[in-house]
Design a protein around this ligand. Sequence first.
Ligand code: SF4
Length: 85
Amino acid sequence: MVRIAVDLNRCQGYAQCAFLAPEIFAMHGDEALLYDPDADEAPREKLDRAAAACPVQAILVDAVEPDDAEPGAPDVPAEEVSRAR
Ligand code: SF4
């Protein structure tokens, strides 16, 4: 899973991201940016290119490990959890 964050205080609505990764980013009107923060549809390379092309560097693209995606997941391996019971 890839997580995306856009600093909307920085975003100036230049739409470079919407042009390079339209699966994730879209302009709504002249300046409002819509995006999917949990993007799996766009290839990572496209997302990286969109982030690099942002003139104000408002886009952060980050890989998320499966354990990080589930809040409250145990820190110990499953076999250790079953041994503790
Ligand atoms: S490229 Fe950057 S400034 Fe332009 S719409 Fe996307 S996030 Fe905003």
